[in-house]
Every structure is written in structure tokens, then in C-alpha cells.
Design a binder for this molecule. Sequence first.
Ligand code: C5P
Length: 238
Amino acid sequence: LVKGNQLYEGKAKKVYATSNPELLIVDYKDDATAFNGEKKGTIHNKGIINNLVTNHMMQLLEKEGVPTHFVEEISERETIVKNVTIIPLEVIVRNIIAGSLSKRVGKPEGTKMNKTVLEFCYKDDELGDPMVNEYHITAMGWATKEEVDTLAEYSFMVNKFMTNYLKDLNIELIDFKLEFGKTSDGIIVLADEISPDTCRFWDSVTGEKLDKDRFRRNMGGEEDAYNEILKRLMGKTI
Ligand code: C5P
């Protein structure tokens, strides 16, 4: 497989074409942004850690029956993935109140809820990724009702597996964001990443934040936090 032209540069990743039109190469950067690009910085080795952590999780999720775009890790920052059309939605799964939900409902972070909450946001930087519901999604043609049901089903499967898996590593899965894509034959697969950039991970003993909130909130220690996640998941640090 030959790496081709850069197709896209996002906030945290670059995407390249390859000699196979069905496949792409994702290249993870150390650049960090928050508040829709308003705050910019870098987290040393974040790209390496997010590549490793994402691929680790996606391979475990495939075994659990969640199809993903993962194909093959080819370097510490690069992975071959399926060329999918991204569904323009962010699916957010929330187990514990934090972040924007804490503000929206006026309850402190860490507050428990009676059940898991699923949210959809329309992926549009200019609009600031507004929250939308199933009516908006089907009315705008972003996905069909059946596809929304599939996104929800897969998101709950991811949540169930990750929550249990992380519990044994003394990590509490507070909330996370998923993105999905469609392959050329119309199959929905989990895409993008699953990393400390896209999940809230709290140490279940100390309550310490082990995710991008350290960067968003200028807490410091983000490199150590990302490395701690790598260590607990894969038994190594970089
Ligand atoms: O900011 P908020 O509380 O809505 O974020 C919920 C979860 O979704 C957090 O884990 C956050 O890291 C993730 N998220 C993301 N990308 C976004 C918005 C939220 O990864 N654009």
C-alpha cells in the first residue's frame, strides 16, 4: 500500500489517500484544541498515545461485535483505516454528569443519573456542533431512522464494554464521543478515535482527571495523564 496525497487536515489528525481507494491512512498529531479551536496547544506524544489507545480499543470492540474502520497500525502515529463517508453526527454517551451537561442541567460534575444519556450533535465547526434530536437528523437527511437506531445500539455496546473494561483498570468512564461512517457497501462502522481527547476518564480511586479536561481547564499534567491511560490500558509508557 502506497501513501498518497493528504486529503484533509483536522485539529488532531491528518488523513491521506492510499493506492487502494477503499483505504486511507490516518496520522495523529500532538496538536490540541479546545472550545471549537479557540484554545490551541500541544500535548507532547499525544498523537502516539491516541493512535495506540484508539487501535487497542477498536480491536477489542470488533471482538465484541461492533464493526470499526480499523485495518492496521503501520507506525506509532499512523493507521490504515477503511475509507468511509462520515455520518455528520457526534454521538455522546454520558454515564455521569460532567462538562456541558453539568452546565445545561445545573448539577455539579460527578452527579449520578438514573440511566445513561445519549446525545447527538450535528458536526459543524461554524455552528459549534449544536445538539440535535432524531427528528432533526431524519428531517435533514443526515441519517435514516434505522441508521439512528444502529448508531444508538453500537454506542450502548461500546459503553457497556468500555465501562466494564476500564473499571478493572480503576478508570471510571464518565462520558465520551463517537463518530460513525458508512463503507461503500453501506455498512455502518465506528470511525474516528477513542482516546483521552474524546473520553472523560476519572481515576476511580482518587477522582483525578486522566483526559483532555486537564488541557481544556489549564490544570497541567496532561502528558502524564495521557501516559497513565496508556500504561493502564497497554502496560507501557512513552
Ligand atoms: O463538552 P461535553 O461535556 O459536551 O463533552 C462530552 C464528551 O464528548 C466528553 O468526553 C468530550 O471529550 C467529548 N467531546 C468530543 N468532541 C467534541 C465534543 C465533546 O470528543 N467536539
